[in-house]
Design a protein around this ligand. Structure first.
Ligand code: SF4
Length: 297
């Protein structure tokens, strides 16, 4: 049986786990190709123009898999520990997929509420009906869940910027390449939330406690952790994303209070590379000045 996984959204956190799990069940796994303009264009017709870029990209990946596979594996994340919810658009992507395919392609959509294991076990049973094999496949795949438990080093004198954005934006080259390349060409190390340990990202200290969206809390905590270790903070916000724009405003305010250069890049399908590069270079000039200036006590 061929099972497709769209290379978008949660794939960038759980993709390896899913691939190993499905392979362990005996499925042939097909992951959609990397995002490109054509793939995005194919997705645009399936979703409202009002939704954020990552959802439009997901629609393109779903479209790409249709006709290639016997089923699509698309877990629906409702909430993780501490009852922190995914955003409504992410929760609703399974319904968008069902509307797109109108029954032509079965969607296997374990509903994640707190724990990963039971929903994945049930999904495994839908696909292979052998509980022993499902448990074994899950146990083996569990080794491929991302674990970050080490705080990275921040050597004195190093040129660093924080690039704050969702993993599905930063790890999709189609979205992040212009920023990443520009920072790298200027000799900056890029610090992201995905290199920080869970104890930092899950912190409930201060304003973080009030954020009830799971990935927005991670963004904010990463910002708080990194802001005094970098010469500037660049935040990627998806056009049409309420949670991103709200939390980014709090970050902007706190960065200004600490006199740290702050750049908010709002991205959608019309964002051109040249415009992004120009803004990042202007931001880096400020970051250079910040590096040259003595830090306030
Ligand atoms: S959090 Fe924002 S960017 Fe992410 S899926 Fe939801 S609306 Fe889109």
């Amino acid at each position: 049986m061929k099972v497709g996984i769209p290379r978008a959204l949660l794939y960038y956190r759980y993709g390896r786990f899913w691939e190993k799990f499905l392979t362990g069940l005996g499925a042939e796994v097909v992951v959609s190709r990397r995002t490109d303009k054509v793939l995005l264009q194919n997705g645009l017709g399936h979703v409202s123009s009002e939704v954020c870029l990552p959802i439009k990209i997901m629609a393109g990946h779903l479209e790409e898999l249709a006709g290639q596979v016997d089923a699509i594996f698309l877990p629906r994340l409702l909430w993780l520990e501490d009852k922190l919810y995914a955003c409504p658009k992410m929760i609703g992507i399974v319904d968008i997929a069902r509307m797109m395919f109108d029954g032509r392609v079965p969607i296997v959509a374990p509903k994640i509420q707190g724990s990963l294991w039971l929903p994945h076990f049930r999904a495994g049973m839908e696909l292979c009906h052998d509980p022993v094999r499902v448990v074994r496949a899950l146990a083996r795949a569990g080794r491929f869940l991302p674990v970050h438990d080490r705080v990275p080093d921040f050597p004195a004198g190093e040129k660093r910027v924080a690039l704050i954005g969702h993993f599905y934006n930063l790890e999709d080259d189609f979205i992040s390449r212009p920023m990443v390349d520009t920072f790298t060409e200027h000799g900056y190390r890029i610090c992201t939330k995905d290199e920080l340990p869970g104890s930092v990202l899950r912190s409930r200290q201060g304003f973080a406690r009030k954020i009830r969206w799971v990935y927005e809390r991670e963004l904010y905590n990463a910002f708080r952790f990194l802001v005094d270790k970098v010469s500037g903070v660049c935040v990627i916000v998806s056009m049409g994303c309420g949670p991103d724009s709200l939390v980014a405003e709090f970050m902007r305010e706190e960065a200004q209070q600490q006199d740290v250069p702050f750049l908010q890049l709002v991205i959608d399908e019309h964002s051109g590379t040249a415009g992004i590069v120009t803004r990042v270079e202007a931001f880096l000039e400020l970051a250079e000045r910040r590096r040259a200036a003595p830090r306030a006590a």
